[in-house]
Every structure is written in C-alpha cells, then in structure tokens.
Design a protein around this ligand. Structure first.
Ligand code: NCD
Ligand code: ZN
Ligand code: ZN
Length: 358
C-alpha cells in the first residue's frame, strides 16, 4: 500500500538494566564464549555451582568468580553473583563465611545456596539425598537471610517425568516451608501451573525464576518435525496450559516472579547425541526472547519489573541504574558459536527473532 509507514512508538523502548537470576556458564574455555554473551545482556547474574566437582566452599566460589571475570570484555562491569552447592554435609560455618562476603571486602559476593536433589539434573550427583541432613545448614541460612535456590523435582523413577515438579512441591517444598518459615526460597525455573500458583500464594519469603524457553514453548517443541534435542532441558517443557500459567505469572506484575534464563550451554555434539544433555542455550538472546513473550502478551510495560526490579528486591540488592534499549528489528540467530574444542548451538539457531537489544 504505502512504503513510508511511520514507526510506531512501541518500536523501541528502554528499561533499567536487567539481571539474570539463574545462569550456568561452566568453566575453562567455555567461559570465553558464554560470559561475554551474558555480560552484553545483563548487569549481574547468579552463577550456578554445578561444576565438576561442585562449588561447595566460599574459597572455591571466589576463585570461580575470578575465572569468570577474567573472560569479560574490557570495560565490562558485569558482576557474577556466586552460589554454593548444597550437599548433605555442608557445614553451617560455610554459610557464615558466605554471608560475610555480602558486606563487601571480598572480590565477589556469595549470595545464595543451591539445592539439587541428587540425580535430578546435570551434575547433581553430589546433591542432597535427604533434606533432613541439611537442616543445620538451612538453619544457618535462615538466620543469615541467605536464600535457598531449589531445583524442584523429585528423582524417583516411578514418578512420571512430567509430574516431578508438582510432586516435589507436595512432598518436599511444603514441609521445608513449614519447618523454615523465614528461610528465603527461590523455586528455580518453574514449569507448571502448580508451581506458579504455589509461589503466588506462598507469602513474601518464596519467589520463582522463569526462563524464556518455558514462556515461549510447550512440550510439542521437543517433538515437532523429528526429535529436537536443543529444546530438551530440565525440568522438561510441559503442556500449553502450563506455559500459559507461566506467562500469566511473569506478566502479572507480581513481585514473586523474576527473570532467570537457566541458560545451560552444552557442546552441540553432546546435545545431538543418543543421550543428549539437558539444557537450552539462551544467553545470547535472552532479553530478545523475554521481550517477544511480553510483547505477544501485550504486557511490555510489565517487562521492566520482571527483568530488573523483582530480582534485586528479593535478594536485597540495589536495583541497577543503567538502561538498555530494545528495538523491533528482525535479526537472525547465528547457527552456532565456537565453544572450546567444539561448537555451541543456541536455542532457535538460524531463526528470525523480532526484537533486538541495541
Ligand atoms: C542445567 C545444566 O545443564 O546445568 N540443565 C537444565 O536442563 N536446566 C541444570 C539445571 O538447571 O537443572
Ligand atoms: Zn535446575
Ligand atoms: Zn539451571
């Protein structure tokens, strides 16, 4: 019709710099690929401790932070926020040492402790076998105000894979909530209506992160046009009703919910494998994907609170002061990135995305 359509006001907008409250960056050469991607998107990220061996001491966490910082582009002020991996025998003294990093004086802060039920996900073999054994550490965390981050899935083989999050809430989380009413708990990467409703109704000491891929896709994505390993993560994508409940939670303005990509890089040959690894690589285009979700839900005005306010408020950290700009400018996702000796295939490789971080 006409070739000079004026751009709409909503074709670009700016928000306070966001943070990623759940991120895997791995170690060694992998850091060189993925850390700059996250640093281009976010001011801070909570770094998961599921290395081999896991990060179980403050000394290890601070060393790991230094290795991450060493791969930042010059001039970047990206801040890795470190976590400890909860084991059956984590000493409460380690919690006190972690807590002390939050008052400054150390090169990085240790801001939380991560609970992986043993065997639930990637590198979780050293995880918790019996929650009771961790009660001394949880008591110390409750006293120190240190958040517990939870991979909320049961591991019993008799429980259907798609039910493991909902069953975890009933069999473990409600008991934990009752025994530690003041403990600050983040249910990570929630995937179900049950989790969204539990967290919404759970009071101010419970929160949840939501990934971009769980907001964009349901479980059909894993099986459309053949088996698609790049859409396989844990907890696994669920039915459409659950995706809609997550979109509702994320775009509701409710401060219980905030951004956590769970970007989880695995080399392409280990994803495209007879026993493909769980994890979606989304760090390169995280804000683009979240913006697409909020735009589709007609909720762009709620993106800033989800991406930039609710996380720091829950963690009792200052909100960022800088700003980012998102523009409606279609671009094509690269097919792959160099990744150590191999390559790394991002989610949506080769596809066109409608929004771009400027
Ligand atoms: C994560 C990983 O690869 O470290 N994988 C995943 O599918 N989400 C682990 C995790 O967050 O559970
Ligand atoms: Zn997890
Ligand atoms: Zn994760």
């Amino acid at each position: 019709m006409t070739d000079n359509i004026a751009p709409r006001a909503s074709d670009s907008f700016s928000i306070t710099r966001p943070d990623d409250w759940h991120l895997h960056v791995r170690d060694g050469d992998a850091l060189r690929t993925v850390v700059p991607h996250s640093a281009a998107q976010f001011a801070r990220a909570v770094i998961m401790p599921n290395l081999k061996p896991p990060v179980t001491t403050v000394a290890q966490a601070l060393d790991y932070a230094a290795r991450i910082r060493a791969t930042l582009p010059s001039g970047s002020d990206f801040e890795p926020l470190m976590t400890l991996y909860l084991t059956d025998d984590l000493n409460p003294d380690e919690i006190l040492r972690a807590s002390a990093t939050r008052s400054g004086g150390t090169a990085a802060q240790v801001v939380a402790v991560k609970l992986y039920p043993a065997g639930a996900t990637t590198n979780s073999a050293a995880g918790v076998t019996d929650l009771r054994k961790t009660y001394p550490a949880l008591e110390a965390m409750q006293r120190a105000g240190m958040p517990l981050l939870v991979h909320g899935e049961v591991t019993s083989p008799e429980i259907d894979l798609f039910d493991r999050e909902a069953v975890f809430i009933d069999t473990h989380l409600t008991g934990l909530r009752r025994d530690f009413p003041e403990l600050r708990i983040v249910l990570e990467h929630i995937t179900t209506k049950e989790a969204a409703h539990y967290v919404r109704d759970a009071g101010p000491n419970t929160a949840a992160t939501i990934t971009a891929h769980h907001l964009l896709y349901n479980r059909n994505a894993i099986f459309t046009g053949g088996i698609c390993p790049h859409y396989y993560c844990l907890p696994v994508l669920k039915r459409e009703t659950h995706r809609l409940a997550l979109v509702q939670a994320a775009t509701s303005g409710d401060p219980h919910f905030f951004l956590g990509t769970d970007s989880a890089p695995h080399a392409t040959h280990l994803k495209e494998h007879a026993a493909g690894c769980a994890g979606c690589y989304t760090a390169f285009s995280a804000m683009e994907m979240y913006t697409e979700v909020f735009d589709t839900a007609n909720a762009l005005e709620r993106l800033e609170a989800f991406a930039s306010f609710h996380g720091p408020d829950f963690y009792r950290l200052p909100r960022n002061t800088g700003r980012i700009t998102m523009a409606r400018r279609p671009w094509q996702m690269p097919q792959a990135f160099a990744f150590g000796e191999g390559s790394l295939t991002p989610l949506r490789a080769g596809q066109t995305l409608p929004w771009k971080l400027q």
